[in-house]
Ligand binder design. Structure first.
Ligand code: FAD
Length: 341
């Protein structure tokens, strides 16, 4: 399905820096859509260390990765950003009029005046399990994320893994699947105990199955699996299946960012320190993904970069409007935008 969204700014990456950019752009009356390949906001903070404390966020002596994410979402909320998850930005195309077309691997298209790349360490991509020829089935009957739950209705689903994604989707899809079998190589799980207990209860009620083992190979053709062969202690075992969801964790890869013709410095995007502009007019890069002399890959640096980028983006989006420097503390116009009563 081709869909096009028209907006001022597309932010690639909903990590802490992309989220704060919504706030800084919002104060200047600029509307944003954010795209992230993850199924949630917060980037590294939410994916890699949600419960670990951070000690160097200004004015927060201690705050966890998830708390920081929640606070940034709350701070951005008055500006009504739209979040698009489970999608990777694959293409950036400059138009004759200087605007950009941004495309995702989920066929979503955006038209915007400014692109802000806040892609951090690159896109989080699922690890492919070591199963022969699995790539022939990917995105047809083997998926590494659930984008549309309906595509799993009435299927025989095999889910592999022992973390939160595996357990959450086991519980969730059990409601609509023809059958669900969870496969893990151990009878212990990294997922939250609450989910593990719920999963065990469903197994006891005969609503889902649990198998100890590892995938040996897949059966099927033309992209459609018909069964999953397991290596178990007792030998090989064939599970009839029409959908496979392996959850083997994520790795960060630079991904398509490298293909957009921007000047790079060792896989990071070169920017100036006045505007955090890239080598392409109308494309900015902030946060961990950018490089300039003296760069520190810290969240606080990304916040500063977002503020200066917003000033420069404003000049592109509303060239006729003069920006008057104002404090949120004393400007009633800024407070109105923030919904302060
Ligand atoms: P990220 O958080 O990396 O977010 C980028 C997002 O962009 C990701 O979600 C990614 O999936 C998405 N993305 C990338 N490419 C695409 C694409 N093509 N399409 C769609 N989505 C895409 N920093 C501190 O300041 N203090 C600390 O104490 C601290 N502790 C840390 C501890 C650990 C264990 C780790 C791993 C990092 C720590 N950091 C700390 C670093 C901090 O997390 C990063 O500086 C910060 O997350 C960078 O934010 P970001 O928004 O630039 O990028």
């Amino acid at each position: 399905s081709e869909r096009e969204i028209v907006t001022d700014v597309v932010i690639i990456g909903a990590g802490p820096v992309g989220l704060f950019a919504v706030f800084e752009l919002g104060l200047l009356d600029i509307k944003c859509h954010l795209i992230d390949i993850l199924d949630k906001p917060g980037g590294q903070c939410a994916e890699l260390y949600p419960e670990k404390p951070i000690y160097d966020i200004p004015a927060f002596p201690e705050i966890s990765g998830q708390e920081l994410t929640n606070n940034l979402l709350e701070q951005a909320e008055p500006f009504g950003p739209t979040y698009h998850y489970n999608q990777m930005v694959t293409e950036l195309e400059k138009q004759e009029d200087g605007s950009y077309i941004v495309k995702t691997d989920d066929n979503q298209t955006f038209k915007c005046k400014v692109v802000v790349i806040a892609a951090g360490g690159g896109s989080f991509q699922p690890k492919r399990p070591p199963v022969p020829e699995i790539e022939n089935f990917e995105n047809k009957s083997v998926f590494y994320a659930v984008r549309r739950r309906e595509e799993f209705r009435d299927h025989d689903i095999v889910i592999v893994g022992g973390g939160d994604s595996a357990l959450d989707w086991t519980l969730n899809l059990a409601e609509i699947a023809k059958s669900v079998t969870l496969v893990h190589r151990r009878d212990s799980f990294r997922a939250h105990t609450d989910s593990v207990n719920k999963m065990r209860a469903l197994v006891e009620q005969g609503k889902i199955n649990f198998e100890l083992g590892q995938i040996a190979n897949l059966e099927g053709d033309n992209g459609q699996i018909t069964g999953v062969n397991l290596k178990t202690k007792e030998g090989e075992k064939l599970l009839p299946a029409t959908r496979l969801l392996p959850f083997f964790g994520l790795t960060m890869k630079l991904g398509p960012v490298a293909d957009w013709g921007l000047n790079l410095h060792e896989n990071l995007i070169n920017v100036d320190t006045e505007k955090f502009a890239t080598s392409e007019e109308g494309i900015f890069a902030i946060g961990d993904i950018n490089y300039y002399p003296g760069k520190l890959k810290l969240i606080l640096s990304g916040f500063h970069e977002a503020a200066l980028m917003a000033q420069a983006a404003k000049k592109i989006i509303h060239p006729d409007q003069k920006v008057v420097f104002q404090y949120t503390t004393s400007s009633t116009s800024l407070q109105k935008k923030l919904g302060v009563k």
